[in-house]
Design a protein around this ligand. Structure first.
Ligand code: T4K
Length: 402
């Protein structure tokens, strides 16, 4: 086999799971033949993508606001119901540019329970991320905790729609209005998710998506800021292209945040399959829910079924009544070739440089610490089916009786 050949797909070996002796951590063979990953990409029609790729090569236009980048912006804006989509090379740069375009400085309030890029996008620009606690059930910012963190140096609130479930948009908007703060959202997880019947994308001053390979909707690497604010959109378009306003005319400090044509081609391909990805994730989520229900001590994170959800994250909390700790569960699953993840442990405040800057931040973040210590994220997406899910839940069922 050449190193470029696709690796064999993980097959559930379907071993009998009667007792703890059947667990791979106790010396039995693993449940899966190959690693079963969290974050396997959702990929649309291969031939459609190849056609786009051939067109790009023929056209010899590879980057710099090419036709596919523009088409992706139009189609994403239309899909989300916003005036502007400014596509970028990744979600982190999109966050940095949005933060800068909003002229945030001093302190910005963020959750600690998020991927570290949310905090880094501020720190990178020497803005202090101030970590506010989350709700134990929502995993999203707790508005009361946010209010407590406002100081004279605060210029903004950066909410995160974690797992695609909306942050408390209205409560955060009230706090922002009361204190004259800009409100923006990291919507990296929330493509095709709604809040009060409206697709996430048009809340706050702007919202930022990641189109990373592991996200519900991917363009290999990529991201976008979406907004209804014409001036803000214009400023961000300048910033992502070194501040160029035409040949030889730089009118703004900028960086290189451009999306490539091949990334836009992947985005356009996958956009056509959004409803299929939702359907598959929903089917997987329902299977997990059915099979996890009888297992005591495991709590599957629920989605509000009155809203649109992408069901991209199968999040399980290991409660104190479960006979194994969260880390023992992770070790046991990994031994079975099930690469479950501890997102977003240990919380940004326990990562560098924040741990050194604010060694006591955890005192204000009790719920963040509790939730981060309980969560595991299980595999889903278009490469996962019910046989895989049965294999995963069989391991968790046997551990519950150990
Ligand atoms: N804000 C939030 C709330 C975010 O979650 C993220 C990204 C960002 C901002 C920043 O957006 P970007 O700048 O990334 O666009 C992954 C992703 O790299 C990261 O994009 C994502 N959040 C985060 C939640 O997850 P890791 O450290 O878990 O990556 P890694 O390499 O361990 O991959 C995850 C799993 O996916 C593995 O099991 C392997 C599998 N995988 C990965 C890739 C890249 C594949 O099967 N195929 C692939 O192509 O961070």
């Amino acid at each position: 086999m050449s190193p470029l050949d696709p690796p064999p797909q993980p097959v559930c070996l379907g071993k009998e799971m009667r007792s703890a002796r059947d667990l791979a951590v106790n010396g039995a063979p693993p449940m899966f033949s190959q690693p079963l990953h969290v974050g396997r990409p959702n990929i649309g029609d291969h031939e459609r993508f190849m056609q786009y790729a051939r067109d790009i090569l023929e056209r010899q236009w590879l980057s710099n606001n090419g036709p596919l980048a523009q088409q992706l912006e139009r189609e994403v804006a239309e899909y989300l119901g916003v005036r502007h989509c400014v596509a970028m090379c990744n979600g982190t740069i999109a966050l940095e540019i949005a933060i800068r375009a909003l002229d945030l400085r001093g302190e910005v309030i963020v959750p600690s329970y998020t991927f570290v890029a949310t905090a880094h996008a501020l720190q990178w620009q020497e803005i202090t991320p101030i970590f506010a606690d989350i709700g134990e059930d929502t995993h999203n910012l707790d508005p009361e905790a946010v209010r407590r963190m406002v100081t004279p140096r605060t210029t903004g609130i950066l909410g995160v729609h974690l797992w695609g479930r909306a942050a408390p948009v209205e409560a955060l908007q009230h706090i922002a209005d009361d204190h004259g703060l800009a409100l923006m959202f990291d919507a990296s997880h929330a493509f095709a998710c709604s809040h009060k019947g409206r697709l996430i994308g048009s809340f706050g001053r702007c919202e930022v998506f990641s189109f990373h390979a592991t996200k519900f909707f991917n363009s290999f690497e990529g991201g976008a800021v979406v907004t209804n604010d014409d001036d803000l959109a214009e400023k961000m378009r300048l910033m992502r292209n070194f501040g160029f306003a035409g040949y030889d005319n730089v009118i703004y400090p900028g960086t290189n945040g451009k999306i490539t044509e091949i990334a836009a081609a992947m985005g356009l391909t996958n956009l056509e399959d959004v409803s299929r990805f939702v359907a598959v994730n929903r089917r997987n989520y329902d299977a997990y829910r059915r099979l996890l229900e009888p297992i005591k001590g495991l709590r599957l994170l629920r989605y509000d079924l009155a809203e649109q959800n992408n069901f991209q994250y199968v999040v399980v909390e290991i409660e104190a009544t479960y006979p194994a700790t969260r880390d023992q569960v992770i070790d046991a699953l990994h031994a079975e070739n099930i690469l479950a993840r501890k997102y977003f442990w240990p919380g940004c405040h326990n990562m560098q440089p924040y741990r050194s800057f604010y060694p006591h931040a955890g005192l204000m973040l009790p719920k963040t610490n509790q939730v981060a210590a309980r969560v595991i994220v299980l595999p889903t997406g278009v490469s996962i089916d019910e046989a895989h899910i049965r294999g995963v839940t069989d391991v968790l069922r046997v551990m519950a009786t150990a």
